[in-house]
Design a protein. Structure first.
Length: 416
């Protein structure tokens, strides 16, 4: 079975024992199951097959080149949010006609490089950005294909930091102003209006908010058609949430597709999807080593060698991730907070977890750490960025080596 499972006492990723990887690359490290990645992508491809959507994998979730290449080989496009992500998509070999560019603060340099790359479209976030893209395209003597990112004012019931389609959110053009901005776009000399986009948030575990947003977009597409503006692409933004805990299991892509089908058909548009978390989330884990076990009158702590700089979701969103041992022990079950080595009390990976008391040197696996994990890591406390390992069947290889201390200071004066 793909993913993280025990054989005898030991935790494996697909066909490889995690202790064996740790022995070679050291801890902490990120590890990904190729079979799980492929299965997750295939679930969108197959679930949505009838609609034949363009699946633009959201690079912000995890933009390791090997993962990007693997998804590109499966036919995936890219949703990029920065010049750096665009650079990665091009490096990964994604055809320019499968790249969409998101974001509310695209810079001149970023817009220019995307115009030069001749990407499929810009998901334009504001009227100002629209006018600016037109000017830049004029200067370059090219035309820019655009969609407007429409803010549909929908509460997706997710963490407030990752709800993006409410009217008070900074993203997109409010749905009540969209007609006017589309009209302007249709009159600009170097803009081709080809699409409509929305993104209401991430880690949404039911189909209803997506369907509600798509309904609003469908209404707008029909209204625009009456205004003589013909939209060819409808982009419903990010993908489904994943099951971190015992939340209700999110619907499958096939179930989502079923709800989308009549609406997309009504518009006659090609569908674009931008899933991130549901492609890589459960394919990855963060593997740390137990350094110390500290039992105090109030609490027990497992101090591990990975911290909030390596993995910030628990500290930043109170995100829950299952944490399981690398080896099954028969010892007493004790309640632990699993904490990192960073100089902050918010530096924890999990709180109040019941675990068989491990030994120093045991591994701990933080599960569902494929998305928004490595991609949000930092060098805080001058800690080098971690290595990443991709497991394929019974083999594994390093898809990013550990950053060295020297690499960490190389861009600084005196650090060469
Ligand atoms: N498209 C757009 C325009 C987005 O802003 C996002 C995510 C996606 C697609 C991908 O959404 P997904 O399929 O992954 O739900 N760091 C946070 C998540 C931030 C998501 C931001 N936008 C976390 O760790 O939960």
């Amino acid at each position: 079975m793909a993913g993280f499972t025990y054989h005898n006492q030991d935790l494996y990723c697909d066909g490889v024992r995690l202790m064996d990887i740790a022995g070679e690359v050291g801890t902490p490290f990120y590890v990904y199951s190729e079979d799980t990645l492929r299965a997750n992508y295939a679930a969108y491809q197959e679930g949505f097959a009838e609609l034949d959507p363009l699946i633009c994998y959201a690079y912000k979730a995890n933009s390791n080149l090997s993962i990007c290449r693997l998804l590109r080989e499966m036919g995936g496009g890219a949703d990029v949010l920065s010049g750096g992500e665009l650079f990665r998509a091009i490096k990964a070999g994604v055809p320019s006609k499968k790249i969409v560019f998101n974001g509310n603060g695209k810079t001149k340099a970023e817009l220019e490089s995307a115009l030069e790359a001749d990407i499929l479209m810009f998901n334009v976030d504001s009227k100002d950005e629209l006018v600016f893209i037109d000017e830049l395209a004029k200067e370059k003597g090219v035309r820019a294909r655009i969609a407007l990112r429409v803010n549909p004012d929908i509460d997706p019931g997710t963490h407030p930091y990752i709800a993006t389609g409410l009217s008070e959110s900074k993203f997109g053009v409010h749905i009540l102003q969209a007609g006017e901005v589309y009209h302007l776009a249709s009159e600009l000399s170097h803009i081709d209006v080809i699409g409509i986009h929305t993104h209401i948030g991430s880690q949404i575990t039911e189909a209803a908010p997506f369907v509600e947003a798509l309904k609003k977009l469908t209404g707008l597409v029909l209204k625009l058609r009456e205004m003589g503006i013909n939209i060819g692409y409808i982009n419903s933004g990010g993908g489904l949430g994943i099951s971190y805990q015992e939340e209700d299991a999110p619907p499958t892509p096939a179930e989502m597709a079923k709800a989308f089908r009549p609406l997309v058909a009504e518009t006659g548009c090609r569908l674009i999807l931008e899933p991130g978390r549901s492609i890589v989330g459960n394919a990855g884990a963060l593997i740390a080593e137990v350094l110390y076990i500290k039992e105090t009158p109030r609490k027990n702590f497992l101090v591990v060698d990975a911290g909030m700089n390596d993995f910030i979701r628990p500290a930043l969103y109170g995100g829950y991730h299952r944490i399981i041992p690398g080896i099954i022990r028969e010892s007493n079950v004790v309640m632990f907070d699993i904490v990192g080595p960073i100089c902050e009390s918010g530096d924890y990976l999990g709180k109040e977890r019941r675990l068989a008391r491990p030994h120093q040197g045991d591994l701990m696996a933080v599960l569902d750490a494929g998305a928004y994990a490595y991609s949000m890591a930092s060098n805080y406390n001058a800690r080098p960025l971690l290595p990443e390992v991709l497991v394929k069947g019974e083999e594994y290889h390093l898809i990013r080596r550990r950053q060295t201390y020297q690499e960490m200071i190389a861009q600084e004066e005196g650090g060469e």
